[in-house]
Structure formats: structure tokens, C-alpha cells
Design a protein around this ligand. Structure first.
Ligand code: ATP
Length: 895
């Protein structure tokens, strides 16, 4: 125990490793001992990767082309002997960097906290019972059970392995899964070839195993190289990337225009210093300084709104992509249905039975046929023995530990007086072939001294019948199997929406202690069928119809039988009206998909809404087929084999409760409640977020356009500049934060889920929005230039005239903010009081503007000057006129 890390665990025999770690493979550690070791070795956790240092992240805020222009402008203004202006410009750059830094830190922190809240769990043996514990609680000597889909929680020496394969790419970079076994290896074996070890943070892709924890936390291989698997830290989204590209374009356009302004002025004989200030003003004005910070804030608000509704965003771009989803591919069991299984129908020994009772309550009876039938009791026994699930009862509450399908089988057996734990004592289990969705069955081997070993198999009807040769009759005698009759019976159950499982058995040669897929590949004795209901979730029904209104197609993809899928699909309103009865439903099965060329599948995938008996690999083909048609696809998944499809989908959605670690890691979003309706909520939030982003952009750009134009026009006409660089900065910074950001709190517009999905291949701004930006930009130009000249003529003071121009800008923007609350409706239609942040922002902005105008300190800094009351009325007039012009434009569009 002392020098754990120096041990070459891979060179030891498994029992030696157990002995060195003072553990017990059958019982695991005792809780007190585990606690003692935890204190000694510390929790099994690796501190998240450090990432960039705060200083570096702060400095990176200056690393933006538009900021270079501002920095350049600041330094040159200083060189020209305008220290106040220079300080203001550099001050703004600094404020911008601080705001950007804080926002980025906040968004990254929120994502990190969400990522941390998703604890990895492990199945651990402690004092003889299997428990699910957070991976952090593991300590050397713990005995851990691994199944496909698990993330290996610590470094393990494997004690027993069955067909175990692990994806070790996180550690070794090797992308193909590695096969594992338990034999000792030579000392020189490199990490990637240590087949008898399983390393922390790698993923089990197939099979099962037990292993003993040899090192935890920072002592694990991954901890030592402290290279944590990819954290969700990408803050770029398709929109931010488009904005970045736009900024780069803007940079050159602004530089060219500023140079033009400078040259035009100088050629007209104006002083070069003045013209330089004009060029600076133009550059400063045309840069939307507040845009990057606003985008991050709005996205971050979206992330927390979604989290509040049960959708955890792992990758920020998903917030935005969700709003544009056109197809949702969802699992059936547990997502569209309640995953509350109850066996209601049985078939054994050529007789059909009904089962009464509800849920996991063992009250209920089996009725309708010969109750002493051996086929019946063997069907129920098979269901109870070939089962890894337990139902815990505490205080009248029943909780399923394991799989609800298996829980239903336990309850059905109980109704006939068969208790699974008693049966397991009578027929101890020797070996298990775990359920894997690509095989669709599970098998267990039972036997003891003096008893012939018997394998019980349960699974989907097709694979079990395909392996069966005979059937058991009610009197216990075997008979040849009439597969067609059993299929007909299974179909009758499935078309009522029942999930049907078939049970079979096979005696293995005496002395057999293990069961393999080969042992049960033929010669099974069919015992009977159990059919269970799994009611659709009522909220899923509403969500499906809401998606339909939103122009988003819902497709159900399930491993279940075609008729079961069709019956449930019909109840949920999938597949149109024709799908009222299972027979009329259009269902595409995995078997048919397998024979289809890609182009045929592309057409079929678009026209079909129900996919049954689909294996996980086919999900990937389906996603790609839909994407080839230009669809934006959200796909749910829970198993390890779903990971490739989740990665391929535009939005991979993993189940928070029932999902494997592998699925979660591959996903963009996690549903905390595994509920389909949560996807709908997330799509709705996604649309709201995108709307608000767009509203901010459409609100902010006219200001930049107006400012750029007013400078350009003044220079071309040889007039005095109506606004100075520092004044432009004042306008841009204060209005973006005080006014613009309040749009982030804009409630979702009514009818958000009645629109068609946004086309992601279209530019951010359509023609209509560009026209609106130009309209408001033109109003700003006319009003500011006009009122500036008017004030200059009447007062003769440039400072006063400029103050009026600034007030015009601010007031027009403030009123335009109300227009910007909706692209189509007026603020009054939305309800005037529904965004109080916005009203507060409006009032605060007015106060700031009064200070800007009358406070001597502000006058000194911003070259402003007190103006008369009439000038305020003029500015307000411009604002109100602008408001009505935009409302008029909206009305014209609406027709
Ligand atoms: P979905 O993809 O909608 O969640 P599903 O959960 O039904 O569908 P799978 O888990 O792949 O899909 O199951 C496929 C089939 O395997 C089921 O229809 C059932 O017949 C069988 N099956 C499911 N669970 C078990 C189990 N624990 N043991 C044996 N067979 C099972």
C-alpha cells in the first residue's frame, strides 16, 4: 500500500494486485476503510485544466483589428497635442477590454460550472453490495464494474473481462478501440499495449469487466500528464464567427474610408491635423464597439435560461444552432414515453394471458388461461432471473435501480408468486452476457452442484426466435417451434403499442461455467412472450404538435419493434393522420435501411417519421442523409454507440439520467430530465436568443452608419464636424450598455414557435433588415447634421451645436430601441411594461445625457456645452419621428 505508484500493476497476476491493495474481489472495501483511504489518497479528481492565464486573457481583449484602430487613433491624437481626447479614447479601449474580459470570464465560468455539475458516476462494490457512487469517492482497492458506455473512473487493473473494448484516444491518441483481457504482461509493455489495465477517462465501447482501482486523481496516467479531456470551453458560435468575418471586412472598409476622408479634406486645403481628427472620428464612429460584449452576454443569458428549463448546454454554439433546427430525431423509450413499464400481456404454451395491476406495485393477477402451465412459469422465471435490476421499497416509494424493462419483468413474476432473489438462491447465476443494443438480447447461465447448467435468454422477438428450435408446452413437454404463429402473436401485442420481449432457455453441457454468444446461437427452447405498456408522455404529445406548428419535423428512432413504434407514434401524432392504426403507419425498419443506397435513403429519411429496429450505427447514416437535404438536425442518444451520430448531428442531445458518459461527452446539450418536451423548450429558448441577438445588431448598426456618414458628409461639404471622436465614443459605449443590452431581457415574442425555422445558410441580415438599418442611419444623418447646422447658425457655438447633435443621436437611438423590441410588431402590441429593464435603461440614459450636457467636468472631457430647452425638444422630435418612420415601414411590410 505504501508506494502504490511505483508498482507495475500490469506485470502482476490479478490476485496479486488484489492482495497488494488489501481488498476483496467479492466484497470490495468496507465503507470505513474506503473513508480512511480517501483521507490518505485524496478525492479521485483532477483539477480542471488551467487554460489561459487571466493576464493573457485580458491582453487578448486588445487583440482585435477594430481595437487596433482605436489604439492607433488614441496614440496619434496624443501626438497631435490633444491629451484629453487621447485619454478618452484609450479609456474607452480599456473599459471595453475590462467589460469583455469580465463577460468572457462569466460565460466561461457558467459553462464550467455546468460541466462540473454533471458528475461521473461509477458502479462500485462496497461491503458486498453494488452501488452507484460519484467517481470522486473512489479510492485504491475499490472494486469497480465496467459496462459499455461507461467512462473509466480511475486507473484499474482488470480482474475479469468479457469482450471488453475501450476507446483510449483521450490518453493515447489511438482512435480504434483496444481489446482488453486480464493476463499479466512484461514490464516493458508501453501504456497503449497494457491490455490488462483500464485507464481513467477512457471510454468502454463494448463488453464488461471488473477491475480494482490502483490509482486515483492526480496519480492516474491522465492526471499525471494533466491533460484533461476536452472541456466545454469553446465560446465561438456560427454567429460570432460571422460577426468576426464582418468585423475584418469592416476594418478595411473603415480604413479606406478614413483615408479617403483625410485625402479629400487635405486636397481641399484643410489643415492636415483637422482632417486627421475627422478620419479618426469616422473610424471610431463606424466601429460597433459594444457588439462582441453584447453577443457574449446575450448567449450567456440564453445558457442560463435553458439550464433553468432542464437543458444543459455543453457547447455554446448549440444555443444558437438550436433556434435553427429543422428536424428533431428522438429516441422513443423514456424520451417520448414515460419509461414506466408494466407487463399487461403474456403468451406461453400457446395460450394468451392478461395481467392486471399498474406500475411497479406487485398487486395484480395473471388471468385468462391455465395458471399451472409450466411454459407460463418458466417464461416468468426467465424474466426474473435473466435480470440485473432491483426494485427498492422505502416508505411506500418504489425506485427502480436498473432498467425499467427489467423491473416490469420482476413485477410480473411477483404477481405469479415468483421472487427473483429466492429464485437466484435456488439457481445461482454462473455467468452473464449483458444486453447490448446491437444484439438485442441478454443471457444468464444458472446452475450448481448436481444441477445441469441452463442458460436463460430474453430479448427482442426476432433474434430470440431466430435462435430457437423448439418450444415448451404447458405440460412441460417440448414441441417443434411454429415461428410464424409466435410472430403473429407478438405482432398482435406490438400493434397495441406493447413492447414485446421473448424468453427462451437452453441446457448447456454439464460443467459449463460460462455462456458465450456462440453457445446460444441456435437450439434454444422458446418459452413465451411478455408484452409491456409504456405510456407516451402527455407533455411529449403537446411538444410534437408545437414542433409541427414551428415547422420542425419530429422523427422517432427506436430499437423497438416496428408495430410497437407505429402504435406509439400514432398516439403521439407522428407520421400524419394516416398513422392512426399501426398497419397504416409508414415505418422504415433498420433491415430495410441496410439495403438502401445513400440517395434512396436520403429521400426515404425525409418522408418517413418513424424508424424502428434501428441499430445505433444506422442513426449516423440517418443524420447524414437528412443533412444532405440541408436539414439542421438535432438527434438524441443515450448509448455508447450513439456517440458518432450525436457528434455528426448539428445538435447532439444526450440523456442526463439514462445516458452513458460516452453519449454525454459526444453531445452539445444534455437533458437533465430525459424528457422530449425539454428539447422543445430549448428550441424555443434558442429561437428567443437568436432573435434578441439579431435585434441588438439591427438596433446598433444604424448608429455606426449614421456617425460614419455624418463625418463623411461634413468633410465632403467642408463643414465643421458635427460630432467629435470622443463624443462618438460616448454615444457608442453608453448607449450599447445602457440601452442595447436591455434587449437581452426581451421576453420571447408570441408566435415564436409558429414561425418556420431560420435558414442557417442565409446571411445574418436579410434585405428588409438592411433596409431598416439604412433608413435609421439616414434619419440620424439628416437630423444630426440638420440640427447641428441650425444650432450653429443660431448660437454660433460649435460646442453647443455638437451637444445638440449628440443628443439627437442618443434620443433617436433611445426611441428606436422601442422599435427594435420586435421585427414586426409595435412596442404597444407587445405590452409597454413587459421589458422593465428597457424602460429603466431609457430613463438612465436620459439622466446620463443631462449630465453630459450640463456637468462642467463632462463639458471639459467631451467638449460639450449646456444647451437650451428647445434643443431637447428638437432632439426628441427627431426620436419620435424616427420611431414612427420605422413603425410605418413595419406596417408597409406587413401589408
Ligand atoms: P429507444 O431507442 O427508443 O430508446 P429501445 O430502448 O427500445 O428504443 P433498445 O434499448 O436498443 O431500444 O432495445 C431494442 C430491443 O431490445 C427492445 O425492443 C427489446 O425487445 C430488447 N430489449 C430492451 N431492453 C432489454 C433488456 N434489458 N434485456 C433484453 N432485451 C432487451
Amino acid at each position: 500500500m505504501d508506494s502504490l505508484n511505483e508498482k507495475n500493476w500490469h506485470t502482476l497476476e490479478a490476485p496479486q494486485a488484489v492482495e497488494l491493495l488489501a481488498s476483496d474481489p467479492d466484497k470490495g472495501l468496507e465503507p470505513q476503510e474506503a473513508q480512511r483511504r480517501l483521507l490518505r489518497f485524496g478525492p479521485n479528481a483532477i483539477a480542471p485544466r488551467k487554460g489561459k492565464t487571466p493576464l493573457r486573457r485580458f491582453l487578448l481583449q486588445f487583440h482585435q483589428p477594430l481595437i487596433y484602430i482605436l489604439l492607433g487613433a488614441g496614440f496619434v491624437t496624443a501626438a497631435l497635442g490633444e491629451p484629453v481626447d487621447s485619454l478618452v479614447i484609450l479609456g474607452v479601449v480599456l473599459i471595453n477590454a475590462v467589460v469583455g474580459y469580465l463577460q468572457e470570464a462569466k460565460a466561461a465560468g457558467a459553462l464550467e460550472a455546468l460541466a462540473k455539475s454533471m458528475v461521473t458516476e461509477a458502479t462500485v462494490l462496497r461491503s458486498g453490495t453494488m452501488q452507484r457512487l460519484p467517481a470522486e469517492a473512489l479510492t485504491p482497492g475499490d472494486i469497480v464494474l465496467l459496462r459499455s458506455g461507461d467512462k473509466v473512473p480511475a486507473d484499474l487493473r482488470l480482474l475479469a473481462a468479457r469482450n471488453l473494448q475501450a476507446d483510449e484516444s483521450a490518453l493515447t491518441g489511438e482512435s480504434l478501440p483496444v481489446e482488453k483481457d486480464t493476463s499479466p504482461l512484461p514490464e516493458a509493455t508501453v501504456l497503449a499495449d497494457r491490455r490488462n489495465m483500464a485507464y481513467a477517462s477512457t471510454l468502454v465501447t463494448y463488453g464488461q469487466a471488473t477491475g480494482i482501482v490502483v490509482s486515483t486523481g492526480l496519480d492516474t496516467e491522465i492526471g499525471r500528464i494533466s491533460h484533461l479531456v476536452a472541456q466545454a470551453d469553446d465560446l465561438a458560435t456560427p454567429l460570432t464567427r460571422k460577426i468576426e468575418a464582418f468585423s475584418n471586412f469592416l476594418l478595411w472598409a473603415i480604413l479606406a474610408l478614413a483615408a479617403l476622408t483625410f485625402l479629400a479634406g487635405v486636397l481641399r486645403g484643410e489643415p492636415a491635423a483637422d482632417m486627421f481628427m475627422a478620419a479618426v472620428a469616422l473610424a471610431v464612429g463606424a466601429i460597433p464597439e459594444g457588439l462582441p460584449a453584447a453577443v457574449t452576454v446575450i448567449l450567456a443569458i440564453g445558457v442560463s435560461r435553458m439550464a433553468a428549463r432542464g437543458a444543459i448546454i455543453r457547447k455554446l454554439p448549440a444555443v444558437e444552432t438550436l433556434g435553427g433546427a429543422t428536424v428533431i430525431c428522438s429516441d422513443k423509450t423514456g424520451t417520448l414515453t414515460q419509461n414506466q413499464m408494466t407487463v399487461t400481456a403474456l403468451y406461453a404454451g400457446r395460450e394468451a394471458y392478461a395481467v392486471s395491476g399498474s406500475g411497479y406495485d406487485p398487486q395484480g393477477r395473471i388471468e385468462g388461461g391455465d395458471l399451472s402451465s409450466e411454459a407460463l412459469s418458466e417464461t416468468l422465471l426467465a424474466g426474473a432471473l435473466c435480470n440485473d435490476t432491483r426494485i427498492d421499497e422505502a416508505g411506500g416509494e418504489r425506485t427502480v435501480v436498473g432498467d425499467p424493462t427489467e423491473a416490469a419483468l420482476l413485477v410480473a413474476a411477483r404477481k405469479a408468486g415468483i421472487d427473483a432473489s429466492e429464485a437466484a438462491l435456488r439457481l445461482p447465476r454462473l455467468d452473464t452476457l449483458a444486453f447490448e443494443s446491437q444484439h438485442q438480447y441478454m443471457a444468464t447461465l444458472h446452475g450448481r452442484e448436481g444441477l445441469e447448467p441452463v442458460a436463460y435468454v430474453k430479448g427482442a422477438v426476432e433474434p430470440v426466435l431466430a435462435r430457437s428450435a423448439t418450444r415448451l408446452l404447458a405440460d412441460g413437454a417440448p414441441a417443434p417451434l411454429d415461428a410464424a404463429a409466435v410472430h403473429a402473436q407478438a405482432e398482435r401485442m406490438a400493434s397495441r403499442g406493447l413492447r414485446v420481449l421473448a424468453m427462451a432457455r437452453k441446457r448447456l453441457p454439464p460443467g459449463s461455467a460460462t455462456v458465450d454468444h456462440r453457445d446460444i446461437s441456435s437450439g434454444l427452447e422458446f418459452l413465451g412472450l411478455q408484452g409491456m405498456i409504456d405510456p407516451p408522455r402527455p407533455e411529449a404529445l403537446a411538444a410534437v404538435s408545437s414542433f409541427r406548428a414551428a415547422g420542425v419535423r419530429v422523427k422517432m428512432i427506436t430499437g423497438d419493434h416496428a408495430l410497437t413504434a407505429a402504435a406509439i407514434g400514432g398516439k403521439l401524432g407522428l407520421g400524419g393522420r394516416s398513422c392512426a392504426t399501426p398497419a397504416s403507419c409508414d415505418v422504415l425498419t433498420g433491415a430495410r435501411m441496410a439495403g438502401m443506397p445513400d440517395d434512396e435513403l436520403t429521400a426515404a429519411a425525409a418522408n418517413t417519421d418513424i424508424f424502428a429496429r434501428v441499430d445505433p450505427d444506422q442513426k449516423l447514416r440517418l443524420v447524414s442523409a437528412l443533412q444532405r437535404r440541408g436539414e439542421v438536425v438535432a438527434m438524441t442518444g443515450d448509448g455508447v454507440n450513439d456517440a458518432p451520430a450525436l457528434r455528426q448531428a448539428d445538435i447532439g442531445v444526450a440523456m442526463g439520467r439514462g445516458g452513458t458518459e460516452a453519449a454525454k461527452e459526444a453531445s452539445d446539450m444534455i437533458l437533465t430530465d430525459d424528457n422530449f418536451a425539454t428539447i422543445e423548450a430549448a428550441v424555443e429558448e434558442g429561437r428567443g436568443v437568436y432573435d434578441n441577438l439579431l435585434k441588438f445588431i439591427v438596433w446598433t448598426l444604424p448608429t455606426n452608419l449614421g456617425e460614419g456618414l455624418v463625418i463623411l458628409v461634413a468633410v465632403l461639404l467642408g463643414a465643421a464636424l458635427p460630432i467629435l471622436p470622443v463624443q462618438i465614443l460616448w454615444i457608442n459605449m453608453t448607449t450599447a450598455v445602457v440601452l442595447g443590452l436591455t434587449l437581452a431581457f426581451e421576453p420571447k415574442e408570441p408566435g415564436l414557435m409558429e414561425r418556420s425555422p431560420r435558414r442557417t445558410d442565409h446571411p445574418i441580415l436579410d434585405r428588409q433588415l438592411v433596409a431598416r438599418i439604412v433608413l435609421v442611419g439616414a434619419i440620424l444623418l439628416l437630423a444630426s447634421f440638420g440640427f447641428f447646422q441650425w444650432e450653429l447658425a443660431s448660437s454660433g457655438s460649435e460646442a453647443q451645436a455638437r451637444t445638440v447633435a449628440v443628443n439627437v443621436f442618443v434620443l433617436v437611438e433611445a426611441f428606436y430601441l422601442f422599435n427594435s423590441r420586435s421585427f414586426t410588431r409595435s412596442a404597444f402590441e407587445l405590452g409597454f411594461w413587459t421589458n422593465r429593464w428597457l424602460l429603466g435603461g431609457f430613463v438612465l440614459m436620459m439622466v446620463l445625457q443631462v449630465l453630459f450636457t450640463y456637468l462642467p467636468f463632462m463639458n471639459a472631457m467631451f467638449h460639450s456645452a449646456p444647451v437650451g430647452g428647445l434643443s431637447w425638444i428638437k432632439a426628441a422630435f427627431a426620436g419620435v419621428a424616427g420611431y414612427f418612420a420605422v413603425e410605418f415601414e413595419k406596417r408597409l411590410r406587413r401589408g
